[in-house]
Design a protein around this ligand. Structure first.
Ligand SMILES: *Cc1c(COP(=O)(O)O)cnc(C)c1O
Length: 404
């Protein structure tokens, strides 16, 4: 994304043209950036060629997933819907892993029928359920067990998953018990130890710690795992000053781990693949000023982009046409929804805006559209992809008739 003659553009397309043609709010994805992200990810870890399973929950657009599939990626799914979507996008079932603490019998049955690579179980009860179903189907099912390594990911508490107080995975003690239980089972084949300590992790040190725990527990369990699934969570830079995860340092830690562990590594990245490829264009409906506070009221709201309301996330916001006239006032950028948490950001020294001007919120490719809802009975926005100067509508705006 850059300004070309004062017009903010995504690849070779001006956002103002996209808004004119498709209306607002609209999600725009850059396929050039997607390609770059995947290639960088692959290159950073190529010495041990991991299986990269894209975390579908971060972006559930089937056309985008088809594009991701072309690079040979698999999928990490957390529901039957996501599994169906991954298969619809053409992802090889042998590259699909199924995570989540609450898989229903129906979901387990479906996953077994589709012959996916791994069901990563997160409790004793789930393993018993998988065993019961595979027995009734006279099958042997490949599973992983998710370990809770009790490692602080040093990220937002809302997206931390690897500490003992979190609901995810099983403790070290239970893990060893379940390994021993699985060894004796005729219908499950334990193949994998999985972990996922959280999201938007910017420092490699929590990963390093996690690997030490995994190494110790693999040795203690005295079992040969074909796969070690390290989950996702690689953090990206959301604002200028923010750093992003150093892949090289993480790579070094993994290589060290692999010296004494012969296994295939699986990753489940979501945000690091699609986070920075997406932008949300929105139009200023009204500007409301008072002596207490000033508001820019946008036509995008928390139903379109929930991260600010849900996690207190702050997305870089840019004017679509640059004028270099800076406002002295402080503005809160809000949506039209009847909730006080329906606000995106508060900015000082932003460019002077008028009603009907356009702004873009950056880095919304992950957990943007996939977290959207119809709250206040608002239709979900259009999604378009941009490749050079080519635009494709990859999901049409919802029609009110579909909702009413
Ligand atoms: C959400 C999730 C991911 C993806 O996390 P990112 O931070 O988007 O990389 C991977 N694995 C599991 C089990 C998850 O729940």
């Amino acid at each position: 994304m850059k300004y070309i003659n004062k017009n903010l553009s995504i690849e070779k397309v001006k956002f103002s043209n996209i808004a004119k043609k498709f209306g607002t709010p609209t999600y725009c994805y850059s396929y050039g950036q997607l390609k770059e992200n995947i290639n960088t990810f692959k290159k950073s870890f190529n010495s041990f060629s991991p299986l990269i399973c894209f975390a579908i929950k971060s972006n559930t657009n089937v056309n985008l997933i088809r594009e991701i599939k072309k690079f040979g990626l698999g999928a990490d799914v957390v529901s039957m819907g996501e599994l169906m979507l991954a298969l619809k996008a053409g992802i090889d079932p042998k590259k699909i892993v199924f995570s989540g603490v609450g898989k229903t019998s129906n979901e387990i049955r479906y996953a077994i029928d589709k012959k996916i690579l791994l069901i990563n179980a997160e409790s004793k009860s789930e393993i018993r359920e998988i065993e019961k179903i595979s027995k009734s189907k006279k099958k042997i099912v490949n599973i992983g067990i998710r370990l809770n390594p009790n490692t602080d990911a040093k990220t937002l508490k809302q997206i931390s998953t690897g500490k003992k107080e979190n609901k995810f995975g099983v403790s070290e003690k239970t893990f060893i018990e379940l390994v021993n239980y699985s060894k004796l089972s005729k219908n499950i084949n334990l193949k994998c130890l999985s972990v996922h300590i959280g999201s938007q992790i910017l420092d490699y040190k929590p990963y390093e710690k996690m690997l030490k725990v995994v190494d110790r527990i693999v040795k203690k369990s005295n079992y040969k795992f074909d796969f070690i699934d390290l989950g996702g969570g690689m953090g990206i830079s959301y604002e200028k000053s923010n750093k992003k995860l150093n892949y090289q340092k993480y790579n070094i830690a993994i290589k060290k781990f692999l010296k004494s562990n012969d296994c295939k590594i699986i990753f489940e990245p979501g945000r690091s693949i699609v986070g920075n490829i997406g932008s949300l264009i929105s139009k200023v409906i009204y500007i409301k000023e008072s002596n207490k506070k000033n508001f820019i009221i946008l036509d995008a709201a928390m139903n379109d982009l929930m991260r600010p309301a849900l996690y207190g996330a702050n997305h870089k916001t840019l004017p679509v046409v640059k004028t270099n006239q800076i406002s002295k006032k402080v503005y809160e950028f809000v949506g039209p929804i009847c909730e006080s948490t329906d606000k995106f950001t508060t900015l000082k020294h932003f460019q002077k805006l008028k009603e009907k001007d356009l702004v873009v919120m950056c880095d919304v490719g992950a957990y943007g559209m996939s977290l959207s809802s119809n709250y206040n009975l608002r239709p979900k926005p259009t999604e378009i992809s941009v490749k050079g100067s080519k635009i494709n509508v990859i999901k049409k705006r919802q029609k009110l008739e579909e909702l009413i």
